[in-house]
Write a protein that binds this ligand. Structure first.
Ligand code: DAV
Length: 383
């Protein structure tokens, strides 16, 4: 049926066909979710996380909406990024914000606030035709999936092959967290902290499976799961059993505050991974890539972030938090000129995107998006 006939005959707008399909981070992008800054709060303290920004009006124990002017600026950059993607023919969906200042509870706990609907990459994991809602491990993020339900519902209605999955909702009782973790951890020296990271002896216990979607890096048949402050071994184990057709690896890096893999070990195209060399990979991981003829390139230092770190819990290494439009084209934060030069030298076309104002809302260009459709099929890049 032609578009014209459809318009003239349909009383209700027909559901436009969509296809959920994405196996890796580099295949040509067709359809994506872009987060929103609207309503984001500096969340109330909870066992898993404590915000402490004494210089910026939110000392430990206080919480509340992000400053209005910061939210507006972040939304401008997110909206113009969404327009840029649309102008390249990529379909863009957006989450529906809730009142994130509201208190939430389950039968086991109450939490004074929620968080927001940036960054979507933390909450949703696309593997092939499946979109999986992560467990999350912060009580403030327990209900965050609700912001994505309108998009997921419409994908479910328009794509008969979409698999819509949710990992078991965690209880998040006090037993899921190491008591007094932050008081102890913050007094340790660098070496002791790194030992704990390597042993994944961090804030989460092994009481139940916990993971954030952004701790999973997708390389076709291989999925790399970073054990972190938000992902425990049980979370890895759940993912391993959930994706029996994949090789699922648990990995760590020398990062004292590991939170998501996508500013550390970043797939750029088949055979090329960008590495934040400040966070060392284990010899086993490096070897796995090398024996399969992958090149591991160390990223140049990030540009200076000066005063742009206000209320941010990310590091300047958001520089490497890139979004591939296809295997040859990368969206790079506009001020990361040296990184852009490095990537051009590696043969990429670079699309500069102003995105600094989004960082305090939880991430960069990769964090702020979730793949819905990329061309391509499941391939084994580590045969
Ligand atoms: O600076 O490594 C990145 C957060 C990505 N979601 C960092 C945090």
């Amino acid at each position: 049926m032609s578009t014209l006939e459809r318009v003239s005959t349909a009383e209700q707008a027909p559901v436009e066909a969509t296809r959920v399909n994405s196996w890796n981070g580099w295949d040509p992008l067709r359809h994506v979710i872009v987060g929103r800054a609207t309503g984001t709060v500096v969340q109330a303290p909870e066992p898993a996380v404590r915000r402490d920004f004494p210089e910026d009006g939110f000392p430990l124990g206080t919480w509340g909406p992000m400053p209005e002017e910061m939210t507006a600026e972040a939304n401008e950059q997110l909206d113009s990024f969404a327009r840029l993607l649309s102008s390249r023919g990529i379909r863009v969906d957006r989450p529906t914000p809730l009142d994130f200042t509201q208190r939430v509870s389950t039968p086991d706990w109450e939490q004074e606030s929620m968080f927001g609907c940036m960054p979507p990459r933390d909450v949703l994991l696309t593997v092939g035709n499946e979109i999986l809602e992560a467990t999350m491990s912060y009580r403030s993020r327990w209900f965050e999936y609700l912001a994505y339900r309108p998009v997921l519902q419409s994908l479910f209605e328009s794509d008969p092959d979409m698999r819509w999955e949710a990992a078991p909702k965690p209880r998040l009782t006090d037993e899921s967290y190491v008591p007094g973790f932050w008081d102890t951890y913050n007094t340790l020296g660098l070496g002791e902290q790194l030992d704990k990271v390597a042993a994944n002896d961090l804030v989460l216990t092994e009481k139940e499976p916990l993971f954030d979607a952004a701790d999973v890096a997708r390389f076709g048949k291989d999925l790399f799961v970073q054990l972190s402050l938000v992902t425990n071994r049980q979370g890895y184990e759940w993912l391993r059993r959930h994706f029996p057709e994949h090789r699922v690896h648990a990995i760590t890096f020398t990062n004292t505050h590991p939170l998501h893999i996508d500013a550390t070990w970043v797939p750029l195209r088949p055979g090329l991974v960008l590495h934040n060399g400040e966070r060392l990979a284990t010899p086993e991981l490096v070897k796995y890539f090398e024996v399969n003829d992958w090149e591991v390139v160390e990223a140049v230092q990030p540009a200076s972030w000066k005063h742009q770190m206000r209320l941010s819990f990310c590091t300047p290494w958001l520089s490497v938090n890139l979004l591939n439009l296809d295997p040859n084209t990368l969206c790079v934060e506009a001020e990361e000129v040296r990184l852009a030069d490095q990537l051009v030298g590696l043969g990429f076309d670079v699309v500069p995107v102003p995105f600094r104002a989004v960082a305090p809302f939880g991430g960069g260009l990769h964090c702020a998006t979730v793949d819905i459709e990329r061309d391509g099929v499941l391939e084994d890049y580590f045969p």
